[in-house]
Structure formats: C-alpha cells, structure tokens
Design a protein around this ligand. Structure first.
Ligand SMILES: [Zn+2]
Length: 176
C-alpha cells in the first residue's frame, strides 16, 4: 500500500481504535488557551511504565507540567538536554525525579535482559546500556546528583526525588 507521493501509507488498521477515539476527543476538544510553558513550573522525570499517570499522581492537568519518560526514570544525556531547555525556556523551576516500585528495570540485571532478548528474538542488544537499577534509592541519588551538578542547568531550580508506589498510589519523598 502506498499513500500520497508514493510514500508508504499510514498503517490505519493498526491504529484504527486510536484514530476513532481521537475523532471523539477532537469533537469535544475545547480550544486550548494553554501555552507550551509549564503553568505550575514543574518537570517530572519518570518511567515509561504504563501504570503511571504522572499528572494525576501530583494532582495536575494538561498544561501544568513537563513530563519526561524513559525506561527506569533514569537521568540520561537526553533528559539533561531536555531539562536545560525546560528550565531556561519553558517555565520550569522545580524538577521531580519519580521512579517507581516494581519497575521492570529493577527486576533484572543488565546481562540478563540482553540474554532474554537474544534468546527470544536472536538480536544482540549488548551495544545498548539499559541502565538497570539494583537499588532504587541509590539510583535516584545518582540521578539527582547528576541533575544538581550539571553545569548548564539554570541556577535556583529545585531538584527533588520521590518513589511512586504503583500499588498504593503513594509518592514517597526522598530526603536527599
Ligand atoms: Zn519502570
């Protein structure tokens, strides 16, 4: 199948439910007055885990906060790059790093994950560093330190960490 200009057509069948849901969403969409800045000055760095609704966890809504997600809520180069932009240009003056309980990244060691993918799919992923976590608190302390010591981050930004419990919904602040 090809679409306009001979490019591959959008895989509509694979996304039929989402496109239908979006038609409903858009038909009820109230023209947004929001800007791209974080209205409540917050950026949350959290995991891609599908049990986490980051805005709901802290009682916010669209427009209030920047959400950065990856496997394990780790502070990578790309997270730092994004936080620099968010703090200088997009109204962020508080950063919350929010890993969670029962994270897939904490259930296995790095070599085990590579082995699992290799066994099931025959693909050697060892050129990637997955940044697994053996101790949530220790990893969070490393990540908070990475942000706080990053020389390009805007001065005066408050950086904190808390662990989200996916069973109870409780956010446990970390003293650090
Ligand atoms: Zn996770």
């Amino acid at each position: 199948m090809s679409g306009a200009d001979g490019l591959p057509a959008f895989p509509s069948q694979s996304f039929a439910a989402e496109l239908a849901a979006n038609r409903d969403f858009a038909s009820n969409f109230e023209g947004s007055e929001l800007s791209g800045s974080a209205a409540r000055g917050l950026a949350i760095v959290t995991c891609m885990d599908s049990r986490i609704s980051p805005l709901a966890v802290v009682g916010m809504k669209s427009g209030d906060a920047k959400i950065l997600r990856n496997a394990g809520a780790r502070v990578t180069e790309d997270v730092l790059r994004t936080l620099v932009l968010a703090t200088y240009l997009l109204g962020v003056d508080r950063i919350l790093v929010m890993p969670h309980t029962d994270c897939r990244m904490a259930r296995s060691e790095e070599p085990e994950i590579h082995a699992t993918i290799f066994q099931q799919y025959g693909v050697d992923t060892r050129s990637l560093e997955f940044r697994t976590v053996s101790d949530h608190r220790a990893a969070l302390i490393t990540d908070l330190t990475r942000i706080r010591s990053y020389p390009l981050l805007r001065k005066g930004v408050v950086v904190a960490g808390a662990i989200y419990d996916v069973v109870t919904g409780v956010l446990e602040p970390l003293d650090f």
